[in-house]
Design a protein around this ligand. Structure first.
Ligand SMILES: O=C([O-])CC(=O)C(=O)O
Ligand SMILES: [Mg+2]
Length: 209
């Protein structure tokens, strides 16, 4: 991960999504195979044929260090697009993370990989290798369009995306949000209540009278 990617990974999914105006969320249930892992980097995408992982074999030849490998299908389903042999190739090529909008298998071993992996399902169901699919094509996951090279941020909350051209502006917005939250955290830790500070109690009392 480069310095910007490190910074956005450390900020985390919720902060990046909020700082981006609540845009970019991959609004699906993506689970990390190991808790507490973080990643950020440009998307390297394989759009597989339905139930098929031929495109995953192909995308390994395109994958570069620091990228987030994104594997998806037209209709995401619990079919294993990735297992330990394919993940070994991604790790050898220096992937910063892997996002599977389908299933993985060999998951006990995968959880121990250096490269962190997020998935919708864990299922042994095997994929075919019959359909070429698409590599380096835009895809939509959980309502968000991801183009090749767009930034993805992943943590225990799931994943969020940022257009490549917005990354620099977003970094400033993330820094502002983190500074603001740090100030609030100190006040709440000292016993102050957001219910009062945000004027919510006063509003509620006015509403009641
Ligand atoms: O071979 C497959 O399709 C997936 C798999 O189990 C692996 O990569 O180890
Ligand atoms: Mg396997």
């Amino acid at each position: 991960m480069n310095a910007v990617h490190e910074e956005l990974a450390a900020a985390g999914v919720a902060t990046v999504y909020e700082a981006y105006g609540r845009r970019g969320l991959l609004d699906v249930d993506l689970q990390p195979l190991a808790a507490g892992r973080r990643a950020a980097g440009p998307a390297r995408i394989a759009l597989c044929g339905q139930g098929d992982n031929r495109a995953v074999h192909e995308v390994m030849a395109h994958l570069r260090p620091g990228e987030i490998l994104v594997l998806t299908m037209p209709e995401p389903a619990p079919v294993a697009l990735l297992g330990d042999l394919l993940a070994t190739q991604a790790q050898a090529r220096g992937a910063a993370g892997i996002l599977v909008n389908a299933a993985v298998r060999d998951s006990a071993g995968l959880a121990a990989f250096d490269v962190p992996i997020w998935t919708r399902w864990r299922r042994a169901t095997g994929a075919t290798k019959d359909t070429r699919g698409g590599v380096d094509v835009p895809v939509t996951i959980g309502g968000t369009r991801i183009a090749p090279g767009d930034l993805l941020v992943l943590d225990d909350d799931g994943a969020t995306a940022v257009s490549e051209s917005d990354v620099d502006d977003l970094r400033d917005a993330v820094r502002q949000r983190l500074a603001k939250e740090e100030g609030l955290r100190a006040r709440w830790a000292a016993g102050e209540l957001s219910y009062d500070a945000y004027g919510l109690r006063a509003e509620d009392e006015r509403g009641r009278s």
